[in-house]
Ligand binder design. Sequence first.
Ligand code: ADP
Length: 409
Amino acid sequence: MGDNILAINCGSSTLKFQLIETNGEITTLGQERRLASGIVDKICGAAIIKFTSENGERLTENAEVDDHGEATHRMLDWLNSLSSLKTAGLRAVGHRVVHGGNLFTEPTLINDEVIEAIEALSYLAPLHNRPSLMAIRAARESLVPAVPMVAIFDTSFHNTLPEQAYQYAIPKELALKHRIRRYGFHGLAHQYMTERYTAITSKPIDQTKLVTLQLGNGCSVTAVNGGRSVDTSMGFTPLEGLVMGTRSGDIDPSLPGFLARSENVDIEEVESWLNTRSGLLGISGRSRDMRELLEAERQGDSSAALAVEMFCYRVRKYIGGYLAALGGADAIVLGGGIGENSPEVRARICDGMEWFGLTLDQERNAATIGSEERISVNNSRVHVYVIPVDEESIIARDTVRCLYKHLQK
Ligand code: ADP
């Protein structure tokens, strides 16, 4: 298994992985051979572990997993326990890292200085880089002899934003002093949807205009022109933009100060409310989970119905804005748990868009759950695609590219 890549993808309370076979290069995203894959869910408590291999070996277990470091050790121990998949022959490990700030604009070979720099960026987004750093450190400890490791940044894809899109209208000196700008996140997901769209349609990437939507617990939308991100809804942190599972998305910027004064709490407390108690959960007072809210709406819960409606309305407004920014688009692409699996939400987002030439094919929409498909009618001027996102595929591909680049130096 000399050329196999282990792709590790840490979220705030999850660790997903895929062990991917490569032949020294990955040319078609999403089509690679997966030797093993799995998830440790609900880390920092009673976690659920589900690992499977291509040969049918499985581990399904409920266990206390304190952090992403422990989750990494469990994953590597399991891989080592499979005679067919020992990590001894691993070519490299790729890690998704959420925030690269303005220091990391491309995949980067990990060494001590890189780890320190990723750590130093934590002041920009305290919650976001810690899980990956724990996984990186745990993998370094466990993998003997050492295996090269590469960091792939969720911010990199948005490095092409033009200044008019990435600047905030705040005093310039403050923006410079504190490196305040819109960084954008979910870059791997938006890049995957873009590249798969061009693969499916055989359209040259430089002639393609897309609005890509990652709709999961975290949600973001990106305007992509010629394969380059030109605007995106998440900003300095992942809090900006769409209504999300527990994040508010866009609000009046004076609200945090107002709430801190009115409730007599620190601003950090208000930030935590906006990150963890808002969005679908805050509006519905019930759940952050779209499936549960759709069900509650059917049972007559008006708060759940409002949460779903606000979610769809915000997405629709952003699509309209980005179509204006791009001067029209070839397609809207939907991914993420909600985008991939909910025909109902997709239909509600696209409702009333016929005026600019977007018409859903209701049957195709209803039949498309978790699969790659065009769901607009044949003659829709702007098409709609569902493209299930495989971030690990990008991690593996970019890890291989980064290694070869270094070998050539
Ligand atoms: P994350 O951003 O944490 O990776 P996911 O991409 O898995 O999350 O998306 C989770 C969201 O997808 C949840 O709101 C969940 O309810 C929603 N979802 C998953 N399946 C369905 C479905 N069949 N219908 C509606 N929503 C769904």
